[in-house]
Design a protein. Structure first.
Length: 337
């Protein structure tokens, strides 16, 4: 809490404002403390899960035998066991990124082998007889193979033994080409950035300023409210893995789109709620979602503006919560769709 108050002061709002808002702030802190651990880490993921749960790829009979019925392909027959290309291995059924090519090694077993998985992407389930440990896609539960330990094949001493049939592959070169950008402003950029950085399919989320009148604005200038910039977050994402609509829905659920020029204790035009669209498709999606929220009774004030130059914020604003070990104090996930 003290940290929060200090933050308010540090962010240039002055002691008077901080004291005036103290009772309100207690309320926000209370909510943050109560909900943060359970909701912040889980809810955004469930959004993705739902989205992909409805869009599973169609499987061939062979893929179904392995992924659904937990079969095993014959060794030395799969299309990825010798693949040395740089890129990311995805779940064949739901496209979740599972393994990086940098963790792949030649085990001689005839199946693609990885000594590490992307964090949180693969779930381990001990077999009923206790002899082996099955691995499944954490998002869709599709069978991948088994994981073995203490074989001394690599320094990490782990081998995820995966069926090629359970995998898709996204070459790094292609991933770079398909990356798209999205820009959202919803109050203090620290909290917005925090949530998007945790979403699968997001390569990066950066804090910055946009929608204002001056070039190369500094934090101090934006804090005066006179430059017209909003604190915003620029997101680079792979639309094959996460749709713009999923991003925009998350945006509307991690800030309060009914507050004018304010989020919690942060007050000023720089804290306005805005979607900065980069193409007509994004504009349509944003307007559609605002319409849905209005139909549910939310008095949404979010503006939909054409993306202007995004000015990256000073280094100390990037990954603020991750680096300082705090949770966002006024960006609490709340389901609205
Ligand atoms: Zn999956």
């Amino acid at each position: 809490m003290l940290v929060g108050i200090m933050k308010g002061v540090l962010r240039g709002k002055g002691i008077t404002t901080a004291v005036f808002l103290f009772p309100l702030f207690l309320f926000f802190c209370g909510c943050a403390g109560h909900n943060s651990l359970s909701s912040l880490s889980e809810k955004p993921r469930s959004t993705v899960k739902k989205e992909h749960g409805m869009h599973f790829n169609e499987l061939t009979p062979d893929e179904e035998r392995v992924i659904v019925n937990k079969g095993t392909e014959r060794p030395f027959t799969g299309k990825y066991y010798l693949n040395k290309e740089n890129g990311t291995y995805l779940c064949r059924r739901c496209d979740a990124p599972l393994f990086r090519s940098t963790d792949k090694f030649e085990s001689g077993t005839g199946w693609p082998s990885f000594d590490d998985a992307i964090e949180g992407a693969v779930k381990q389930i001990p077999d009923a007889d206790g002899s082996r440990t099955e691995i499944v896609c954490a998002r869709c539960g599709g069978h991948l193979g088994h994981v073995f330990f203490r074989e001394r094949m690599t320094a990490k001493n782990v081998r995820h033994c995966v069926n090629s049939l359970s995998l898709g592959f996204l070459p790094a070169a292609k991933a770079a080409k398909v990356t798209q950008k999205a820009i959202f402003a919803g109050g203090c950029f620290w909290g917005v950035e925090y949530h998007f950085n945790k979403l699968k399919g997001v390569f990066s989320a950066k804090s910055g300023y946009t929608g204002g009148l001056t070039d190369h604005p500094t934090y101090k200038q934006v804090c005066t409210g006179r430059t017209g910039h909003a604190e915003a977050v620029e997101i680079e994402f792979d639309p094959a893995l996460v749709s713009y609509e999923t991003l925009a829905k998350l945006f509307f659920e991690i800030h309060d789109p009914t507050e004018i020029n304010r989020q919690g204790p942060d007050i000023g035009t720089q804290y306005r709620s805005a979607v900065f669209y980069t193409d007509d498709e994004q504009k349509k999606v944003a307007e559609k979602l605002i319409g849905e929220l209005k139909a549910k009774g939310y008095k949404v004030v979010t503006t939909v503006e054409h993306a202007a130059t995004f000015w990256e914020a000073e280094e100390y604003h990037q990954d603020y919560y991750e680096r300082n070990g705090h949770q966002p104090y006024c960006h609490i996930y709340q389901k609205r769709f």
